[in-house]
Design a protein around this ligand. Structure first.
Ligand SMILES: Cc1cc2nc3c(=O)[nH]c(=O)nc-3n(C[C@H](O)[C@H](O)[C@H](O)COP(=O)(O)OP(=O)(O)OC[C@H]3O[C@@H](n4cnc5c(N)ncnc54)[C@H](O)[C@@H]3O)c2cc1C
Length: 384
């Protein structure tokens, strides 16, 4: 294994691999990714729904998504692979006056940033997707440039190009410690030996607070279980079906392998690293699903899985340097939005490391320092 590296990235999930790719693309190829598992992308990355949306309430999240969508749109050309992005849109269904008022406010902000998003009536929802029960709906919002992507295609595309540009990805290489000398990162300790470096990127997803502790840093990130279930194929679902979010119950679904991929609306649970499927929660989910799409009653469940969200106190990620330890950079706490934000996060962290600051978007609102001053916190409201 290499003994010295310019940048050591801890975590071979979608975030770590995107950062590696963007660093190498920008000319910094002495980069190492350390992943404890035998394959990349087997953590939270492989458990997601692949959803990509720009409809957020916080300006910073809208900006992150709009820049990521640009990268997803040119991904196939840039990586020389087949298209991985299904731009079918996201349809948010709204059932109360409060939801309508808050989404109307969001739409003003989103349009002001240049996003094309429409407010729909229940009739317009029905003419878009005939099998949705609109009886108790007051309205909806739709953005046609949202959608979802093939998660494996995206991470493999970034990894292939990163390796071609000189990045080393070490699998089965668990990080066990971080040496800090006179307030500055000096090396990373792994089961397979140490690597000297002055720059470490924490991209360890739900495990990122443990990595923080290795350098003596407290990171306000907690893991929470989230689940997805997929039905057997059902003939009535068109290929063009958007991601549908029933905002009131948080039930969401989209087409997957001819059936429906369904998630959200689960019961509240304490923070844990548990990734066993809780089959009891399927009943709660299906009940919410049947209310919105009555034909789900006929569906047979094909499979289900559980993964972890990494949640921060304001549901926004922590990006950038930490003041306590020089050379320690965070790309963590995505609170359920890490796949959609991974392309731009890779670019921003590469700018931070190579140019000294992120220029495509000002990431200062996502600094860990925001938690010291309550006035600087703008929680994301559109969390599923
Ligand atoms: C059910 C569910 C649905 C979701 N749906 C969506 C969605 O629709 N859209 C979206 O954008 N996001 C979604 N997400 C969230 C998304 O999956 C995550 O935000 C994203 O995958 C985070 O990527 P990551 O690289 O930060 O973390 P991970 O993929 O978890 O990668 C971190 C990696 O670090 C490795 N690691 C940890 N500790 C160490 C160590 N000590 N040494 C070496 N390696 C280590 C882990 O093995 C892991 O591979 C969903 C998540 C879940 C669970």
């Amino acid at each position: 294994m290499i003994k010295v590296s310019d940048v050591v990235i801890i975590g071979g999930g979608i975030v770590g691999i995107s950062i590696a790719y963007h660093l190498a693309k920008k000319g910094c190829s002495n980069v190492v990714v350390l992943e404890k598992e035998p394959l990349i992308g087997t953590g939270s990355t492989s458990k997601g729904a692949g959803g990509i949306r720009q409809q957020f309430s916080a300006e910073i999240n809208i900006r992150l998504s709009m820049e990521s969508v640009k990268i997803f749109e040119r991904f196939a050309d840039e990586m020389g692979c087949k298209d991985v992005f299904y731009q079918n849109g996201y349809l948010f269904l709204l059932s109360t006056e409060e939801e309508v008022a808050s989404f109307k406010k969001n739409v003003v902000l989103q349009k002001g940033l240049g996003l094309k998003v429409d407010i729909l009536s229940p009739d317009e929802v029905r003419s878009m997707i005939s099998f949705i029960n609109t009886d108790d709906l007051l309205g909806a919002t739709f953005c046609g440039t949202d959608g979802y992507a093939d998660i494996d295609g995206v991470i493999q595309g970034f990894a292939r190009e990163a390796k071609r540009l000189g990045v080393d990805i070490y699998l089965q290489t668990e990080v066990e410690g971080i040496e800090v000398e006179r307030g500055r990162v000096s090396s990373v300790k792994t089961r397979r030996g140490d690597i000297e470096t002055h720059t470490v990127v924490n991209a360890a997803g739900p495990y990122s607070a443990i990595i923080g502790k290795m350098a003596g840093i407290d990171l306000p990130i907690k893991p929470f279980r989230r689940q997805i279930f997929v039905t057997e194929p059902m003939s009535f679902i068109p290929d063009s079906m958007p991601m549908v979010i029933d905002f009131h119950t948080k039930f969401y679904c989209r087409k997957e392998s001819g059936g429906l991929l369904m998630g959200g609306g689960e019961k509240k649970e304490p923070s844990s690293f548990d990734t066993n499927v809780d089959w009891d929660s399927l009943e709660i989910l299906v009940e919410k699903g049947i209310h919105r799409i009555p034909t789900i009653k006929e569906a047979k469940i094909k499979k289900g899985w559980a993964g972890l969200y990494s949640i921060t106190p304001d549901f926004n990620p922590i990006l950038g340097r930490v003041p306590q330890v020089e050379g320690f950079i965070c790309a963590i706490g995505f609170s359920g939005h890490g796949f959609m934000h991974s392309p731009i996060v890779g670019k921003l962290i590469s700018e931070l490391i190579i140019d000294g600051e992120a220029s495509t978007i000002d990431i200062s609102p996502l600094s860990i320092n925001r938690f010291k001053d309550k006035n600087k916190i703008i929680p994301e409201q559109n969390v599923i």
